[in-house]
Design a protein around this ligand. Structure first.
Ligand code: G6P
Length: 481
């Protein structure tokens, strides 16, 4: 299980994540081969400045199977692509990461599958990521490992490179002990994570779930949030768990929300939908954790009951394509598109539509135009680590208007207390919540949105990464002994 290393690398700050923070852009005719563009998303925005200052490198998969790429530099970051074979994409990525861990960590909304071949591939690939990180890391460097695809990396790295400072952040929920216990490799995962000096979670409840699993499956002593680890070789150290709720790039969203062309585009969206009195919006990856079916059920019943009509209201549902080769995602797409078709077939008129369904992903400019165009945002996840769409909607509402219906099962519900909070399984209450968001008095909507915006504006993703990295720096320096 050991990884091989060969001396020290050149970089003082390393981020390791399944995906590199760049997308390939279609060949632009230049002869220097591929061109890359920074991917959208808060994580890279928050970390790019840290990278630029600290001689940073990013280790990750570039997204194409069966392709080995040389390391390259891109906007002040050193990128170290990790290759995945076709079969590793199937076993490690689609299999163990997204058909075992993903459903297991999201309250078994879909049944997780346990296959030994998937686990073997997960271990092999985690070793490859750890080796790549060890190769680029200078002596005493800080390495920050991201998310559920790479839970074995901290332990592998610590063994090979005890000089490193290692952080881990789990972007998705950490499940309750009774669910985690199903995993045949539960001890290996816990031991893998405990290789980190600091393990970050979205919510205090994820942290508590993790610490309970540590007590049960690792047998180390746990005091408050500190785990006193003694590894196989008899080395002792402290690994600490803590909640660090992630956020968004607030400046980017608010700047776009003030841009004339984007405001104009938001008006155009309203006109093109036939100027309904109310526009409702859902924006999700097409994933069974997002509660899209529950949302559509509630919406369809409101139309059936006559509490809303297509002349007055329209729902825009953006469902961005995701993990399309995984069985549960195919089934979900069939189900959602069947439901949308039935609702539209029943309630649409020549001039008005019940649901404008878009199976696309859009650039952030169009997303902000959609946020500005919409009176009510619907976030009805059955389980979600955080849900950044909820925070983006709030950040974009620069005039403090609009209402957010938010599932209490999204991590964001811990911060956005003034949303209309719902249990999406309770369809009657969800219907009431949608109607009350539609009918909310402007003064009341303003009061709530102002408080939520204050929360989001004060806690952007840059602050999140600083909080995590400051806490990591203090680990092992006696502050928590
Ligand atoms: C979630 C996960 C990320 C993942 C993203 C997109 O947000 O926490 O780790 O990158 O979904 O999923 P994909 O499988 O396309 O990387």
């Amino acid at each position: 299980t050991e990884i091989s290393t060969d001396g020290y690398g050149d970089y003082d700050f390393i981020v390791v994540s399944n995906r590199l923070p760049v997308d390939r852009v279609a060949d632009n005719g230049s002869d220097d081969g591929d061109t890359w563009r920074r991917s959208p998303g808060g994580l890279v925005t928050a970390l790019a400045p840290v990278m630029a200052k600290a001689d940073g490198a990013w280790v990750g998969w570039h997204g194409a199977p069966d392709e080995t790429l040389d390391p390259f530099d891109h906007d002040n970051m050193h990128l170290r692509p990790v290759p995945l074979s076709d079969s590793e994409v199937e076993l490690y990525y689609e299999g163990f990461s997204n058909a075992t861990l993903w459903p297991l960590y999201h309250d078994v909304i879909a049944p997780p599958e346990f296959h030994r071949t998937w686990w073997d591939s997960y271990r092999t690939v985690n070793r490859r990521f750890a080796e790549a990180a060890a190769e680029v890391a200078a002596e005493g460097a800080t390495v920050w490992v991201q998310d559920y695809q790479l839970q074995l990396v901290p332990q592998l790295l610590r063994k090979a490179r005890p000089d490193l400072k290692i952080g881990f952040f789990n972007h998705i929920p950490f499940p309750p002990l009774e669910i985690f216990a199903q995993l045949p490799w539960r001890r290996d995962i816990i031991a893998g994570l405990l290789g980190a000096d600091l393990i970050g979670f979205q919510r205090p409840s994820d942290t508590a779930n993790f610490l309970r699993c540590v007590r049960r499956f690792a047998g180390h002593s746990v005091r408050q949030q500190q785990v006193h680890v003694t590894d196989e070789d008899g080395n002792s150290y402290v690994s600490r768990a803590e909640a660090f709720p992630i956020s968004i790039d607030v400046d980017q969203i608010t700047e776009l929300a003030h841009r004339e062309d984007i405001i104009e585009r938001s008006k155009q969206i309203r006109r093109e939908l036939g100027n309904p009195k109310v526009i409702l919006l859902g924006v999700d990856r097409l994933d069974y954790t997002k509660g899209i079916s529950h949302r559509l059920k509630a919406y369809g019943e409101l139309l059936e009951d006559g509490r809303i009509t297509v002349e007055d209201a329209s729902l825009i549902q953006v469902a961005s394509p995701s993990r399309e080769r995984v069985e549960q995602y195919r089934l979900l797409r069939e189900e959602v598109e069947g439901t949308v078709g039935r609702i539209n077939g029943t309630y649409d008129t020549m001039g008005n539509t019940a649901i404008r369904y878009l199976h696309h992903s859009y650039p952030v400019e169009e997303m902000v135009a959609l946020y500005l165009a919409s009176d009510v945002m619907l976030v009805t996840a059955l389980r979600d680590g955080m849900n950044l769409v909820a925070k983006e909607y709030v950040a974009a509402r620069t005039e403090n208007s609009g209402a957010l219906v938010l599932s209490e099962f999204a991590g964001a519900a811990d911060q956005l207390r003034q949303a209309v909070l719902v249990n999406p399984h309770d369809i009657d209450r969800l219907k009431d919540a949608i109607v009350s968001a539609i009918n909310m008095q402007p003064r009341e909507a303003q009061r709530r949105m102002r408080l939520m915006r204050r929360q989001v504006l004060q806690n952007d993703v840059e602050r999140w990464s600083q909080n995590f990295l400051n806490a990591l720096r203090l680990e092992g320096e006696g502050e928590h002994q």
